[in-house]
Design a binder for this molecule. Structure first.
Ligand code: ASP
Length: 340
Protein backbone atom coordinates (compact mmCIF):
# COMPACT_ATOMS: atom_id res chain seq x y z
CA UNK A 1 0.00 0.00 0.00
CA UNK A 2 1.39 3.44 -0.85
CA UNK A 3 2.07 5.82 2.03
CA UNK A 4 -0.73 8.12 3.04
CA UNK A 5 0.52 11.56 3.98
CA UNK A 6 -1.26 13.41 6.75
CA UNK A 7 -0.56 17.06 7.34
CA UNK A 8 -0.58 17.68 11.10
CA UNK A 9 -1.05 21.35 11.99
CA UNK A 10 -0.32 22.33 15.60
CA UNK A 11 -1.93 25.43 17.04
CA UNK A 12 -1.37 24.90 20.78
CA UNK A 13 -3.97 24.30 23.49
CA UNK A 14 -4.00 21.99 26.46
CA UNK A 15 -3.02 19.06 24.30
CA UNK A 16 0.35 20.82 24.15
CA UNK A 17 0.16 21.98 27.77
CA UNK A 18 2.64 21.45 30.60
CA UNK A 19 1.95 21.42 34.35
CA UNK A 20 4.38 21.63 37.29
CA UNK A 21 3.57 18.08 38.31
CA UNK A 22 1.72 15.13 36.89
CA UNK A 23 -1.19 15.38 39.34
CA UNK A 24 -2.23 18.77 37.97
CA UNK A 25 -5.02 18.75 35.43
CA UNK A 26 -5.72 22.46 35.86
CA UNK A 27 -3.26 25.25 36.66
CA UNK A 28 -0.98 24.29 33.76
CA UNK A 29 0.29 26.35 30.86
CA UNK A 30 -1.35 25.56 27.54
CA UNK A 31 0.62 25.60 24.28
CA UNK A 32 4.11 24.63 25.45
CA UNK A 33 5.02 21.43 23.61
CA UNK A 34 5.64 21.29 19.89
CA UNK A 35 3.35 19.23 17.70
CA UNK A 36 6.30 17.18 16.38
CA UNK A 37 6.97 16.05 19.94
CA UNK A 38 3.28 15.23 20.49
CA UNK A 39 3.23 12.95 17.49
CA UNK A 40 6.61 11.40 18.32
CA UNK A 41 5.30 8.76 20.69
CA UNK A 42 2.58 7.54 18.33
CA UNK A 43 4.40 6.81 15.14
CA UNK A 44 5.34 3.19 15.92
CA UNK A 45 1.70 2.22 16.46
CA UNK A 46 0.50 -0.50 14.12
CA UNK A 47 -2.66 1.33 13.08
CA UNK A 48 -0.46 4.09 11.66
CA UNK A 49 1.65 1.81 9.49
CA UNK A 50 1.76 3.25 6.00
CA UNK A 51 0.93 6.72 7.32
CA UNK A 52 3.47 9.51 6.93
CA UNK A 53 2.85 12.52 9.17
CA UNK A 54 4.23 15.92 8.27
CA UNK A 55 4.05 18.08 11.39
CA UNK A 56 3.82 21.86 11.02
CA UNK A 57 3.76 24.18 14.03
CA UNK A 58 1.34 26.75 12.74
CA UNK A 59 0.92 28.57 16.05
CA UNK A 60 1.38 27.91 19.76
CA UNK A 61 -1.49 29.55 21.65
CA UNK A 62 -4.05 28.97 24.32
CA UNK A 63 -7.14 28.95 22.11
CA UNK A 64 -8.85 31.54 24.30
CA UNK A 65 -6.47 33.89 22.47
CA UNK A 66 -7.24 32.60 18.97
CA UNK A 67 -6.79 35.39 16.47
CA UNK A 68 -7.39 36.28 12.87
CA UNK A 69 -3.79 35.81 11.77
CA UNK A 70 -3.80 32.18 12.96
CA UNK A 71 -7.17 31.51 11.36
CA UNK A 72 -5.91 32.98 8.11
CA UNK A 73 -2.81 30.75 8.07
CA UNK A 74 -4.88 27.74 9.05
CA UNK A 75 -7.26 28.40 6.20
CA UNK A 76 -4.38 28.91 3.76
CA UNK A 77 -2.69 25.65 4.83
CA UNK A 78 -5.94 23.71 4.54
CA UNK A 79 -6.73 25.15 1.12
CA UNK A 80 -3.32 24.31 -0.26
CA UNK A 81 -3.42 20.80 1.26
CA UNK A 82 -6.84 20.30 -0.34
CA UNK A 83 -5.24 20.86 -3.76
CA UNK A 84 -2.07 18.87 -3.03
CA UNK A 85 -2.46 15.32 -4.38
CA UNK A 86 0.26 14.15 -1.99
CA UNK A 87 -1.83 15.05 1.08
CA UNK A 88 -4.40 12.45 2.08
CA UNK A 89 -5.90 14.29 5.07
CA UNK A 90 -5.31 17.06 7.61
CA UNK A 91 -5.28 16.85 11.40
CA UNK A 92 -5.30 20.02 13.52
CA UNK A 93 -4.45 20.16 17.21
CA UNK A 94 -6.33 22.98 18.94
CA UNK A 95 -7.30 24.21 22.38
CA UNK A 96 -10.74 23.19 23.56
CA UNK A 97 -12.03 26.64 24.47
CA UNK A 98 -12.68 28.10 21.04
CA UNK A 99 -12.54 24.95 18.97
CA UNK A 100 -16.22 25.27 18.19
CA UNK A 101 -15.62 28.56 16.43
CA UNK A 102 -12.59 27.36 14.45
CA UNK A 103 -14.56 24.24 13.52
CA UNK A 104 -17.43 26.28 12.17
CA UNK A 105 -15.09 28.68 10.36
CA UNK A 106 -13.29 25.87 8.53
CA UNK A 107 -16.49 23.94 7.80
CA UNK A 108 -18.07 27.06 6.30
CA UNK A 109 -15.11 27.92 4.09
CA UNK A 110 -13.51 24.66 3.01
CA UNK A 111 -14.92 22.51 0.33
CA UNK A 112 -13.50 19.55 2.17
CA UNK A 113 -12.71 16.93 -0.43
CA UNK A 114 -10.47 15.22 2.13
CA UNK A 115 -10.89 14.60 5.84
CA UNK A 116 -9.96 17.56 8.01
CA UNK A 117 -9.94 16.48 11.66
CA UNK A 118 -9.68 18.81 14.63
CA UNK A 119 -8.64 17.43 17.98
CA UNK A 120 -7.68 18.62 21.45
CA UNK A 121 -7.24 17.50 25.05
CA UNK A 122 -8.80 18.39 28.36
CA UNK A 123 -5.67 17.50 30.32
CA UNK A 124 -2.14 18.71 29.69
CA UNK A 125 0.43 16.46 28.09
CA UNK A 126 2.17 16.07 31.47
CA UNK A 127 -0.92 14.74 33.33
CA UNK A 128 -0.97 11.25 34.85
CA UNK A 129 -3.75 10.27 32.51
CA UNK A 130 -3.48 12.66 29.65
CA UNK A 131 -6.19 12.35 27.02
CA UNK A 132 -4.14 14.09 24.30
CA UNK A 133 -2.20 11.09 22.92
CA UNK A 134 -5.35 8.98 22.56
CA UNK A 135 -7.29 11.84 20.95
CA UNK A 136 -4.43 12.49 18.55
CA UNK A 137 -4.17 8.81 17.66
CA UNK A 138 -7.95 8.58 17.15
CA UNK A 139 -7.87 11.65 14.92
CA UNK A 140 -5.07 10.23 12.81
CA UNK A 141 -7.09 7.02 12.46
CA UNK A 142 -10.14 8.98 11.28
CA UNK A 143 -7.93 10.96 8.89
CA UNK A 144 -6.06 7.91 7.59
CA UNK A 145 -9.15 5.75 7.15
CA UNK A 146 -10.16 8.07 4.28
CA UNK A 147 -13.46 7.87 2.47
CA UNK A 148 -15.04 10.51 4.73
CA UNK A 149 -14.26 13.96 3.44
CA UNK A 150 -15.53 16.73 5.66
CA UNK A 151 -14.48 18.78 8.66
CA UNK A 152 -14.62 16.58 11.74
CA UNK A 153 -13.84 16.88 15.40
CA UNK A 154 -12.55 13.92 17.40
CA UNK A 155 -12.20 13.60 21.18
CA UNK A 156 -13.00 11.06 23.87
CA UNK A 157 -13.55 8.35 21.27
CA UNK A 158 -16.27 10.27 19.44
CA UNK A 159 -16.43 11.89 16.03
CA UNK A 160 -18.58 14.99 15.59
CA UNK A 161 -19.25 17.34 12.69
CA UNK A 162 -17.00 20.32 13.46
CA UNK A 163 -19.66 22.79 12.42
CA UNK A 164 -22.09 21.69 15.12
CA UNK A 165 -19.89 20.62 18.01
CA UNK A 166 -19.75 22.61 21.24
CA UNK A 167 -17.70 22.45 24.41
CA UNK A 168 -20.25 21.63 27.08
CA UNK A 169 -18.13 20.91 30.15
CA UNK A 170 -15.16 22.79 31.59
CA UNK A 171 -13.35 19.82 33.13
CA UNK A 172 -14.40 16.28 32.27
CA UNK A 173 -12.66 14.41 29.45
CA UNK A 174 -15.86 13.83 27.53
CA UNK A 175 -16.51 17.56 27.22
CA UNK A 176 -18.09 17.99 23.78
CA UNK A 177 -21.53 17.52 22.29
CA UNK A 178 -23.51 18.33 19.19
CA UNK A 179 -26.72 17.96 21.16
CA UNK A 180 -29.60 16.99 18.87
CA UNK A 181 -27.35 16.49 15.86
CA UNK A 182 -25.55 13.78 17.77
CA UNK A 183 -22.35 11.81 17.33
CA UNK A 184 -21.29 10.91 13.78
CA UNK A 185 -19.02 8.03 14.74
CA UNK A 186 -16.85 6.35 17.34
CA UNK A 187 -13.18 5.39 17.36
CA UNK A 188 -12.63 2.09 19.09
CA UNK A 189 -9.26 0.33 19.12
CA UNK A 190 -8.10 2.46 16.20
CA UNK A 191 -11.13 1.48 14.14
CA UNK A 192 -13.68 4.07 13.11
CA UNK A 193 -17.31 3.03 13.41
CA UNK A 194 -19.43 5.58 11.61
CA UNK A 195 -23.02 5.98 12.66
CA UNK A 196 -23.99 8.62 10.14
CA UNK A 197 -23.85 8.29 6.39
CA UNK A 198 -21.57 10.30 4.14
CA UNK A 199 -20.48 13.84 4.76
CA UNK A 200 -21.02 15.64 8.04
CA UNK A 201 -24.59 16.92 8.27
CA UNK A 202 -24.66 20.37 6.70
CA UNK A 203 -25.68 23.02 9.13
CA UNK A 204 -29.44 23.45 9.26
CA UNK A 205 -30.40 26.34 6.99
CA UNK A 206 -29.67 28.84 9.64
CA UNK A 207 -31.39 32.10 8.72
CA UNK A 208 -35.03 32.98 8.71
CA UNK A 209 -35.87 36.12 6.81
CA UNK A 210 -38.50 38.02 8.75
CA UNK A 211 -39.74 39.93 5.72
CA UNK A 212 -40.37 36.95 3.46
CA UNK A 213 -40.99 34.38 6.17
CA UNK A 214 -38.64 32.09 4.28
CA UNK A 215 -35.45 30.32 5.25
CA UNK A 216 -32.36 31.70 3.57
CA UNK A 217 -28.72 30.62 3.63
CA UNK A 218 -26.14 32.53 5.60
CA UNK A 219 -24.16 34.47 3.03
CA UNK A 220 -20.58 33.35 3.50
CA UNK A 221 -17.53 35.07 2.08
CA UNK A 222 -15.35 33.05 -0.26
CA UNK A 223 -12.11 31.89 1.31
CA UNK A 224 -10.04 33.78 -1.27
CA UNK A 225 -11.69 37.09 -0.36
CA UNK A 226 -10.42 36.83 3.22
CA UNK A 227 -6.67 36.80 2.80
CA UNK A 228 -6.23 40.54 2.31
CA UNK A 229 -8.28 41.46 5.35
CA UNK A 230 -6.50 42.74 8.41
CA UNK A 231 -9.44 41.74 10.57
CA UNK A 232 -12.91 40.33 10.19
CA UNK A 233 -15.75 42.83 10.72
CA UNK A 234 -16.50 43.56 14.35
CA UNK A 235 -19.44 41.53 15.66
CA UNK A 236 -20.41 40.98 19.29
CA UNK A 237 -22.83 38.73 21.12
CA UNK A 238 -25.22 40.33 23.60
CA UNK A 239 -27.27 38.34 26.03
CA UNK A 240 -30.96 38.87 26.68
CA UNK A 241 -31.97 38.08 30.23
CA UNK A 242 -34.15 39.19 33.08
CA UNK A 243 -33.45 42.87 33.89
CA UNK A 244 -31.64 43.41 30.56
CA UNK A 245 -31.53 46.89 29.07
CA UNK A 246 -30.12 48.62 26.02
CA UNK A 247 -26.95 50.20 27.38
CA UNK A 248 -24.58 47.54 26.07
CA UNK A 249 -26.01 47.83 22.57
CA UNK A 250 -25.88 51.64 22.65
CA UNK A 251 -22.23 51.53 23.71
CA UNK A 252 -21.38 49.02 20.98
CA UNK A 253 -23.10 51.06 18.29
CA UNK A 254 -21.36 54.24 19.46
CA UNK A 255 -18.04 52.39 19.25
CA UNK A 256 -18.68 51.26 15.67
CA UNK A 257 -19.81 47.65 15.96
CA UNK A 258 -20.88 46.19 12.60
CA UNK A 259 -23.16 43.46 13.82
CA UNK A 260 -24.79 42.03 16.91
CA UNK A 261 -25.88 38.48 17.61
CA UNK A 262 -28.46 38.39 20.35
CA UNK A 263 -28.36 35.31 22.55
CA UNK A 264 -32.09 35.51 23.18
CA UNK A 265 -33.97 33.66 25.85
CA UNK A 266 -35.97 30.59 24.84
CA UNK A 267 -37.25 30.97 21.32
CA UNK A 268 -34.83 33.87 20.79
CA UNK A 269 -37.08 36.25 22.69
CA UNK A 270 -35.55 39.55 23.72
CA UNK A 271 -36.23 41.87 26.64
CA UNK A 272 -38.26 44.87 25.44
CA UNK A 273 -35.62 47.37 26.56
CA UNK A 274 -32.85 45.53 24.80
CA UNK A 275 -35.08 45.14 21.74
CA UNK A 276 -35.65 48.90 21.60
CA UNK A 277 -31.90 49.48 21.47
CA UNK A 278 -31.47 46.76 18.83
CA UNK A 279 -34.14 48.34 16.72
CA UNK A 280 -32.25 51.65 16.83
CA UNK A 281 -29.03 49.82 16.00
CA UNK A 282 -30.65 48.26 12.91
CA UNK A 283 -31.81 51.68 11.74
CA UNK A 284 -28.15 52.70 11.82
CA UNK A 285 -27.14 49.79 9.58
CA UNK A 286 -25.96 47.37 12.23
CA UNK A 287 -26.80 43.75 11.40
CA UNK A 288 -28.81 42.03 14.10
CA UNK A 289 -29.35 38.27 14.21
CA UNK A 290 -31.35 36.42 16.80
CA UNK A 291 -29.97 33.17 18.20
CA UNK A 292 -31.07 31.34 21.31
CA UNK A 293 -29.23 30.92 24.56
CA UNK A 294 -30.94 27.50 24.89
CA UNK A 295 -28.43 24.69 24.64
CA UNK A 296 -30.51 22.56 22.32
CA UNK A 297 -32.64 23.28 19.29
CA UNK A 298 -32.73 26.39 17.17
CA UNK A 299 -35.13 29.32 17.31
CA UNK A 300 -38.40 28.54 15.61
CA UNK A 301 -38.27 31.75 13.73
CA UNK A 302 -41.93 32.22 12.84
CA UNK A 303 -42.74 32.50 16.47
CA UNK A 304 -39.71 34.31 17.72
CA UNK A 305 -39.72 37.16 15.24
CA UNK A 306 -42.58 39.18 16.60
CA UNK A 307 -43.87 42.63 15.77
CA UNK A 308 -40.79 44.21 17.30
CA UNK A 309 -39.00 43.40 14.06
CA UNK A 310 -39.99 45.41 11.05
CA UNK A 311 -41.45 43.43 8.18
CA UNK A 312 -39.15 45.12 5.72
CA UNK A 313 -36.00 44.77 7.75
CA UNK A 314 -33.75 42.23 6.07
CA UNK A 315 -31.09 42.66 8.67
CA UNK A 316 -33.14 41.10 11.42
CA UNK A 317 -32.88 37.38 11.07
CA UNK A 318 -33.20 34.42 13.36
CA UNK A 319 -30.28 32.06 13.12
CA UNK A 320 -30.09 28.34 13.71
CA UNK A 321 -26.62 28.44 15.18
CA UNK A 322 -25.44 28.81 18.74
CA UNK A 323 -24.32 32.38 19.44
CA UNK A 324 -20.56 31.59 19.32
CA UNK A 325 -20.88 30.17 15.80
CA UNK A 326 -23.49 32.70 14.69
CA UNK A 327 -21.00 35.46 15.48
CA UNK A 328 -18.42 34.00 13.06
CA UNK A 329 -21.15 33.40 10.47
CA UNK A 330 -22.13 37.05 10.66
CA UNK A 331 -18.51 38.20 10.26
CA UNK A 332 -18.26 36.13 7.08
CA UNK A 333 -21.67 37.35 5.98
CA UNK A 334 -20.59 40.96 6.35
CA UNK A 335 -17.46 40.27 4.26
CA UNK A 336 -19.63 38.63 1.60
CA UNK A 337 -21.98 41.63 1.60
CA UNK A 338 -19.06 44.02 1.16
CA UNK A 339 -17.58 41.94 -1.64
CA UNK A 340 -20.93 41.64 -3.44
N1 ASP B 1 -7.52 27.19 27.45
C1 ASP B 1 -7.15 25.97 26.73
C2 ASP B 1 -7.24 26.26 25.25
O1 ASP B 1 -8.34 26.44 24.78
C3 ASP B 1 -8.05 24.89 27.14
C4 ASP B 1 -7.86 23.58 26.43
O2 ASP B 1 -7.23 23.44 25.41
O3 ASP B 1 -8.46 22.61 26.96
O4 ASP B 1 -6.25 26.31 24.59
Amino acid sequence: MSERKILLLGTGGTIAGKAQDAAQAVGYRAAEIGVAELIGGLLGIKALEGVMVEAVQLAQVDSKDMNWSIWRSLLAQCLSAMDDPQVHAIVITHGTDTLEETGWFLAALLEARKPVVLTCAMRPATALLSDGPQNLLDSLCVAASGGRPGVWFVAAGKVFAAESVQKVHPYRLDAFSSYELGVCGFVEEQTVRWCSAGMPPRMPVPLHDASSGRAVQVPVASASSLFDLEALPWVEVVFSAALADGRQVEALVAAGVRGIVVAGSGNASVHEQLEAALSEARKRGVWVWYASRCLEGVPVAGRCLGPAISESDHQALAIGLVPSKARIAMMLGLVAREAG
